[in-house]
Design a protein. Structure first.
Length: 93
């Protein structure tokens, strides 16, 4: 997992940087926020599959809206890429 994060990190960070410069994503969003957001949308899709297929689509819309500029910054600091790698490697779910 850590090798995957290292491999995709530069691409995600470049897209994130370009999006922030274009003003389409909040300035305080970082790599780990994007990865965790995608994982959470996937978890909702897995949980609701077959019973409520539109739930993950709605959740994705809510997550994307929260990444857009115009919202206040969270008080909790973002997870570091190193900590994210550790969490993903040691997850027991």
């Amino acid at each position: 997992i850590n090798s995957v994060l290292r491999e995709i990190g530069p691409f995600v960070n470049e897209i994130l940087s370009q999006s922030q410069q274009a003003g389409t994503i909040r300035d305080d969003v970082v790599f780990s926020d994007i990865i965790l957001a995608l994982m959470s949308v996937r978890a909702v899709a897995d949980l609701c599959e077959g019973q409520a297929p539109d739930a993950s689509k709605r959740f994705l819309e809510l997550v994307l809206d929260g990444l857009r500029p115009g919202n206040s910054s969270p008080e909790t600091p973002a997870m570091s890429p190193r900590r994210l790698g550790w969490v993903l490697t040691n997850h027991r779910g």
